[in-house]
Design a protein around this ligand. Structure first.
Ligand SMILES: [Zn+2]
Length: 446
């Protein structure tokens, strides 16, 4: 049993006791209702929240395991209160675009996951016939790019490939997540930036204009409307797209969207020149844009916050020279998503129950896991994070469990200290220590 004075339940935060049998929540009762002799974890005044579900993580194993890996990523997840990750299909080799590649990835992940792990498949040129078999093999969603992804083995697609792909995915009831930037506005921006310093963040920011996002999101909305298929916008960074998303949803178009902690915490004018650890695509934009993303969350236009944890081998970040245009784009943040988001929520007076909506319930539903994950309720997996929302800590990149220490959060003071993380009732992490062996399982099938 786990009990506490402040348990985040679907209908509010109150004292409660969570009864757990074989990893499943069998009941939620009054705090005092604890059978004599039952093993009890008393969280006292700490918050007990549903374990976070992070549906956007690049583990990169196999093939680029020098960038990240299942053991390091899932240990970081557990230490950050994340009890489920859904791995992205790219940056691993092979990319997860066939059933054989999915099996290769599962073999690589086997026996080294401290949290539960699901998988995305990829939609790439030429793999239309693989989509339905991937659904049957248990992928929780698909991912595609509308412009070059950054790695050669994961090609990008256009309307010609997406229309038939969406027909298959609609029939299977699986959503398509899309990297929403178009190449045209980026190419136009590149022409204007000739001769500008690649060491300045502003140069990088101007190289990925918001119009590239807004136009891509408009295209995706049109596709979702026409194909009547669920389309999900990953890492929305342009507040200019919020009005499009809001109008589409009011019209009943099946489109959803996520944003990430780095877009909600940082702002472009704070990013030092040469600090390539901040480089991601789309880029971190200005402070006004950040506030509008928060409004998008509170008004419900943006559904969820997920990390888009996407590290690489340190030399690819080109940190010594600080060349933004040559550096790999991707922010390392899996272990810090909870405190980064919470620090900003606390500053804005937002309740911890909303953090669970945005970082557990909504991504669980998106990944087709709503009946198993994302809330503290009878019948769901006993995935819990016990944490102190009022305690602060200073981030030391070298002490994180990510494979590499480089992260833009290094040195930041954040609120929200994870005390204990339970995965299906088992302690996966507590007070700086992980369970001796892997506590995670694969999640196959929505
Ligand atoms: Zn990503």
């Amino acid at each position: 049993m786990v009990r506490g004075e402040r348990v985040v339940l679907p209908d509010g935060i109150r004292p409660a006791a969570i009864h757990i049998e074989r990893g499943i929540i069998s009941d939620v009762s009054g705090r005092a209702d604890v059978p004599a002799g039952a093993p009890l974890h008393d969280a006292g005044q700490l918050l007990v929240s549903p374990g976070l579900v992070d549906s956007h993580v690049h583990v990169n194993e196999p093939g680029r395991s020098e960038w990240e890996g299942f053991a390091s990523a899932t240990r970081a997840a557990a230490a950050g209160g994340v009890t489920t990750i859904v791995d992205m299909p790219l940056n691993s080799i092979p990319a997860t675009t066939t059933v054989a590649a999915l099996e290769t990835k599962q073999a690589a992940a086997d026996g080294q996951s401290w949290v539960d792990v699901g998988f995305h498949g990829g939609v790439v040129p030429g793999n239309l016939a693989d989509l339905e078999p991937l659904c049957r093999a248990g992928v929780l969603g698909f991912k595609c790019f509308l412009l070059p992804s950054g790695v050669d083995e994961f090609g990008h697609v256009g309307e010609a490939e997406l229309a038939p792909a969406l027909d298959v995915l609609r029939a299977a009831g699986v959503p398509l997540s899309c990297h929403a930037e178009l190449a045209g506005p980026i190419a136009a921006a590149a022409d204007e930036l000739l001769g500008e310093s690649p060491y300045r963040y502003l140069t990088y920011l101007r190289s990925r204009p918001p119009g590239a996002e807004d136009q891509a999101i408009a295209l995706l909305i049109a596709l979702a409307r026409r194909q009547r298929a669920a389309v999900h916008v990953v890492h929305c960074a342009s507040a200019g797209a919020l009005a499009l998303l809001e109008a589409a949803r009011q019209e009943g178009v099946p489109v959803s969207a996520e944003t990430c902690p780095h877009y909600l915490h940082f702002a472009a004018d704070q990013i030092p020149d040469r600090a390539t650890e901040y480089k991601c695509a789309p880029p971190i934009r200005d402070a006004d844009n950040r506030e509008r993303l928060w409004q998008g969350l509170t008004s419900g236009v943006l559904d969820m916050i997920v990390s888009d944890h996407s590290p690489c081998a340190p030399e690819l970040k080109r940190r010594r020279r600080g060349d933004f245009l040559a550096a790999w784009g991707g922010v390392a943040s899996l272990q810090l998503a909870l405190p980064a988001a919470w620090t900003e929520m606390r500053r804005r007076g937002l309740a911890a129950s909303r953090l669970s909506d945005w970082m557990a319930a909504a991504p669980a539903r998106h990944a087709g896991l709503g009946k198993r994950k994302g809330a503290i309720a009878r019948g769901l997996d006993a995935d819990l994070v016990v944490w102190d929302p009022d305690a602060a800590f200073q981030v030391d990149g070298g002490r994180l469990h990510h494979k590499h220490p480089l992260t833009p959060y290094h040195g930041e003071t954040l609120f929200g200290v994870v005390d204990t993380t339970f995965v299906r009732g088992q302690i996966a992490y507590r007070h700086g220590q992980h369970a001796a062996g892997p506590t995670g399982r694969f999640l196959l099938g929505r």
